[in-house]
Design a protein around this ligand. Structure first.
Ligand code: ADP
Length: 394
């Protein structure tokens, strides 16, 4: 006879399980309480069954008897409330008054409750708890508590709200400048050709900044959409970096910066997407030219380096400018994070360049290291796994 056939009651715990699960809705007020086991040695089969079931659940779950004493809980619940003990009153272990109150309400009314609560230690977390009074045939009601972690959802919500606020702010600033200059050109500066020329120049720069911001935002979302598809075209990094440097020679001359490139004679082939890698090096080299111009020198070194995980390509972009203080380094690749917002805007920056670099590298299974000492310039090093495949000409 299988366990499934035994639900009309039989010998041993299978029989009790059958009675437990078999006749729903037949609970009477005189029904006995599900036995509570105070110590692991005399755990009853019903309790063992409860524990077995809830141990397979991913969220913290605890089951209380009608008197509020703990009948069973899983490891996740224990991690959340380490003082939980079988046989003891749950309110002793639960430090959240809202939760204790909701359990009381559920027991009294027989109605399910849902509450949200936050805990601060070891790190701030937001959770929701479902407290469900469950009628078991033949037994007094038990209360099942399930806790669900809302922290990741909250974080995403906050990030989305921050992102929208940042984008609006970034667009509003040049837009306000544009409207201001249009008003001036229609009014006081109407007959002043010199002012008109100057204002049109500024308006062009602001419009360009808005276009660049939108362009960066679209690139970011395109790259994010394909975040989990690793590019599979073998490409040589050396000509890509050289082309980027050629394209930035005008900016280098404007800023009076001399660019030095050192590269091995053999190709450095990685699995990559040429356009994205071009964008990545453009951002890093352009930053070096913009923020590190005072050092008058930019060194770009390409190398093949053996590592435990196999050979990798390293491309470092080293400037001799003001460098970056240590407290900013971990946040530089966050969207819209700038050390100096005024300086970034003056340089036509959007605050998205290094975020793009990070996302492109994630897709390529690469890494970015940033080393800097204030006053001594900065080194941005890109590390990408090498492949033995032959490069596709581009
Ligand atoms: P932005 O569009 O502002 O240049 P990035 O994401 O490319 O945005 O860079 C973020 C910030 O990092 C910059 O605003 C700047 O403050 C700092 N930064 C980046 N590269 C350098 C560098 N080579 N030297 C000093 N600061 C830098």
């Amino acid at each position: 006879m299988s366990a499934m056939d035994d639900n009309d009651g039989g010998p041993g715990w299978l029989g009790r399980l059958g009675r437990l699960l078999g006749a729903r809705g037949e609970q009477s007020t005189a029904a006995p309480a599900l036995p509570s086991a105070d110590d692991a040695l005399d755990v009853l089969p019903e309790i063992q069954l409860l524990e077995a079931v809830i141990s397979g659940m991913p969220d913290p779950v605890a089951v209380l008897g009608h008197d509020g004493r703990v009948l069973a809980f899983n490891a996740q619940a224990s991690a959340l409330a380490p003082a939980l003990r079988r046989g003891e009153h749950a309110s002793i272990a639960l430090r959240m008054p809202e939760l204790v109150e909701a359990i009381r309400a559920a027991s009294l009314t027989g109605k399910s409750q849902r509450i949200e609560f936050s805990t601060r230690l070891p790190s701030p977390r937001f959770s929701e708890a479902f407290i469900a009074p469950v009628a078991l045939a033949g037994y007094a009601r038990v209360v099942v508590i399930t806790v669900h972690d809302l922290t990741p959802i909250r974080r995403v919500e906050e990030m989305r709200a921050d992102f929208v606020a940042n984008v609006s702010h970034e667009l509003r600033t040049p837009l306000a400048a544009l409207t201001g200059f249009i008003d001036t050109l229609q009014g006081p500066a109407r007959d002043d050709p010199a002012a008109r020329e100057r204002f049109l120049g500024i308006m062009q720069a602001q419009a360009w900044r808005m276009a660049r911001l939108i362009d960066d935002l679209l690139s970011l979302s395109r790259i994010e959409l394909r975040a989990h598809q690793r590019p599979d075209t073998p490409v040589d990094l050396i000509p890509i970096v050289r082309q980027v440097v050629d394209g930035l020679q005008t900016l280098a001359r404007d800023r009076d910066v001399a660019i030095e490139i050192s590269a091995p004679s053999d190709p450095l082939v990685v699995l990559g997407e040429r356009d994205e890698l071009t964008r990545l090096f453009e951002n890093l080299i352009e930053n070096g030219l913009k923020y590190g111009a005072s050092g008058k020198r930019l060194d770009i070194a390409l190398a093949r380096v053996p590592t435990n995980a196999g050979p990798e390509a390293r491309v470092s972009v080293r400037d001799y400018g003001p460098g970056i203080a240590a407290e900013h380094l971990p946040r530089l690749t966050e969207r819209f994070y700038r050390v100096d917002v005024g300086e970034s805007r003056a340089q036509g920056g959007t605050g998205l360049g290094l975020a793009l670099v990070k996302h492109i590298l994630n897709r390529h299974h690469g890494r970015l290291n940033i080393d800097s000492l204030e006053g001594e310039g900065a080194t941005f090093t890109v590390r990408l796994p090498l492949t033995t495949a032959k490069p596709v000409d581009g």
